[in-house]
Ligand binder design. Sequence first.
Ligand code: ATP
Length: 294
Amino acid sequence: MSEEKGPDDFLVLRVLGEDEDSTVVLAKDIRTNKKYAIKILDKTKVIKNGKWDQVNKEKQIISKLYHPFFVKLEYSFKDDKRLFFVLSYAANGELEWYIQHYHCLSKECVQFYTAELVLALEYLSECDLVHRDLKPANILLSEEMHVQISDFGAAKSTVQESPLNVSPAHDQLENAFVGTAEYVPPEVLIGKASSSSSDLWSLGCIIYQMMVGSTPFYDPNEYHIFHKIIECDYQVPSAMDNDAKDLISKLLVVDSNKRLGSKNLGGFHALKGHPFFANINWKNLPNEMPPAMK
Ligand code: ATP
């Protein structure tokens, strides 16, 4: 974050989305004309909904991230009633929209976007952070169609706080179910702490969804989704590409220590070596022209 800014420095162009205590607007800097997404939080509602600590944690986490595949917190300020988080604007919307529009994505697109997500998760794990709500609705796309991961409302540090400071009740709260049913890993459902490998499970669900068009554990009934996740009960269409099938099967593993990419299994180096990524030039990915979305 650089120079001081305030609400009067921006002109709101339109509302991008709203929930109970916040509104995200598209706005432009009056001086430079540069567009931003501004998350505006109503302080009274945030406090009433018991989300004050969560909002501060989210801000703390996002302000630490400096990586091309994450939405960036450019400025933050407040007035009497509101908090403002000025975020880099991901002009091409959510990956979810493209999966729904095209029903599923080409293998080339899936390889490219999965590779960008792998680099993003590698960076998060180097920062000792876990996103915990990774899903196509939180994977935004920049003007140049590169990944911009957003929404750190559920993210947390994987570094243990000093045991002297942590009560069992706090531990339970930290490990409570967060995220979105269809992408949540089994360890979270049984109340265990998340680790970097938890995001790898969600990545497996997202690769499946990009290849097939629906999530692997989908069911209209949330209880059945959870049951399928615990049992790792999913079907792969017989026509699916063999490398994609193999990669998914190595990420959707109930034991988080046995997921490809976990520290025990050679970490991200091993994940990047999977044959599904044979055509990926890892070093140049942020500068490459993404394949046409289809
Ligand atoms: P939640 O998942 O927290 O319930 P949400 O999915 O509606 O909420 P928000 O983070 O509140 O997401 O964002 C509201 C809308 O603004 C969403 O459509 C989201 O894609 C869009 N949005 C959020 N941040 C950005 C950004 N940096 N650039 C472009 N669009 C954004």
